[in-house]
Write a protein that binds this ligand. Structure first.
Ligand code: UGA
Length: 433
């Protein structure tokens, strides 16, 4: 069988690497972006995903990369993994997705499975089924197979999912997924088959729930700070209950990335469309919007205003281990600090992140090393918990900095870590020196 993966971002490439390394079938990756295809053909992998890139490299003789629409011929299974960003009003922008559906309708030349991996507007699976199978020559069996990959471990998550959520119309579709995911089936990974709507909602509800967990702990951090508690202790105390769990319970400057903000907004939008108040999702988003604002206020308070203060922003990507700056708290903080007159330098261990940050902020000195960013500043602001940041010693900071203020938006240090610098974090007592 020929498998065609359409859209070669995190999801598409992880799907492609999985198919190639787990079957003897023909595997083709298609993307409209010719540069991306050319780079992939020359082993130039643009994502900072070590395991994924290694697998793609090892499989290079098996995978065909192309931008040619001819790839849509003779396909037995299409996997759609194109982007579905947010529109201004929170609705899901499905334009790229429906272009692919149009291409399938026009160019496919026999029956095929159409597996939806993109996070799509709820109702899409049924709609696509109707669109593709209306007075067509061929039958397309539509399968909703939402992905649950995190950036920085995209391939590992694709290989070892906690569960499969599968929206299907018939037994044949389910059998197909069980066949291609045989190893997981044998390993006892649960397969939940359901309607398309339920599968699509499972994806949104999962992301919204995780986002809510983060906003919940962030709300608690505000109270802890006022009452003299320590949010890290509180989070440990809560997370030890297996019904709660430690994961996604770290307070910080808020969640970013291409998924949580977009998916909570999409649910709120769907609620509005259906006259249902999505109060919890609204609150999750509100806490997340105000969280960096409160952190900014703390920076302003401790530095007695930021005008003409030299500040280093450390951690530009929305989380450690990725080069992705989408909806990163660093964007909001940089913009606000600049507006208030601060002189900013910036650094992220990821070159991709630094380069894309530079494009958005020409007046910020984006540095190629941590030391250069920190040199001569009055304060440093940590916004991600990268290993490089965790390992920075106070002696090194003291040598480089002019001032003595450390703001930690991810609680990466203990409140006792700094002996000579004032340390201000989230939901914990300030250690002022
Ligand atoms: C998220 C989900 O975790 C994946 O399951 C999902 O498949 C993916 O979205 C998607 O829809 O494609 P991702 O956006 O890569 O994955 O990142 P996460 O690791 O979940 O982190 C999201 C944000 O939450 C980051 O800004 C992170 O710093 C923040 N976060 C995470 C916290 O503030 N506290 C935590 O305890 C955990």
């Amino acid at each position: 069988m020929k498998h065609l993966v359409v859209g070669l971002g995190y999801v598409g490439l992880a799907n492609l690497a999985f198919l190639s390394s787990n079957s003897k079938d023909e595997v083709v990756g298609y993307d409209k972006d010719e540069k991306r295809i050319n780079d992939l053909k020359h082993d130039d992998y643009y994502l900072e995903e070590a395991k994924l890139n290694e697998t793609l490299y090892n499989e290079k003789r098996r995978i065909v990369y192309t931008s040619s629409i001819n790839a849509f011929k003779d396909v037995g299974a299409f996997y759609i993994a194109v982007g579905t960003p947010s529109k201004e009003d929170g609705a899901v922008d499905m334009a790229c997705f429906y272009e692919v559906i149009k291409d399938i309708k026009e160019h496919a030349n026999h029956d095929a499975y159409v597996v939806i991996r993109s996070t799509v507007e709820i109702g899409t699976g049924d709609k696509v089924n109707a669109l593709l199978n209306k007075d067509g020559k061929y039958h397309f069996n539509v399968i909703s197979l939402p992905e649950f990959l995190s950036e920085s471990s995209a391939y590992e998550d694709e290989m070892n999912p906690a569960r499969f959520v599968i929206g299907v119309d018939d037994e044949d579709a389910l059998t197909f997924i069980k066949r291609i995911r045989k190893k997981s089936l044998n390993d006892g990974v649960p397969f939940y088959s359901m309607s398309h709507v339920s599968a699509e909602m499972s994806k949104y509800a999962s992301n919204a729930f995780l986002a809510t967990k983060i906003s919940f702990i962030n709300e608690m951090s505000r109270l802890a700070e006022s009452l003299g508690g320590d949010i890290v202790d509180i989070s440990n105390g809560m997370g030890a209950d297996p019904r709660i769990g430690h994961s996604m319970l770290n307070a910080g400057v808020g969640f970013g990335g291409s998924c949580f903000p977009k998916d909570t907004k999409a649910l709120i939008y769907k609620g509005k469309e259906n006259d249902i108040e999505m109060a919890i999702n609204e609150a999750t988003l509100m806490v997340n919007i105000t969280q960096p604002l409160l952190f900014l206020k703390k920076i302003e308070k401790h530095l007695s205003g930021v005008k003409d203060k030299k500040i280093a922003i450390l951690g530009l990507a929305y989380k450690e281990g990725t080069g992705d700056n989408r909806s990163s708290p660093s964007l909001y903080l940089a913009e606000s600090l600049l507006k208030d007159g601060a002189i900013l330098s910036a650094y992220d261990p990821s070159k991709t992140s630094r380069e894309s940050f530079k494009k958005g902020f020409s007046s910020i000195n984006v540095c190629p090393s941590l030391d250069e960013a920190v040199k001569g500043v009055d304060a440093v602001v940590f916004l991600s918990s990268s290993k490089e940041f965790k390992e920075i010693g106070e002696t090194r900071l003291l040598k480089l900095m002019k001032g003595r203020y450390v703001f930690d938006g991810r609680n990466i240090f203990s409140t006792e870590h700094f002996k000579y610098c004032s340390y201000i974090s989230i939901g914990r007592k300030d250690s002022l020196r």
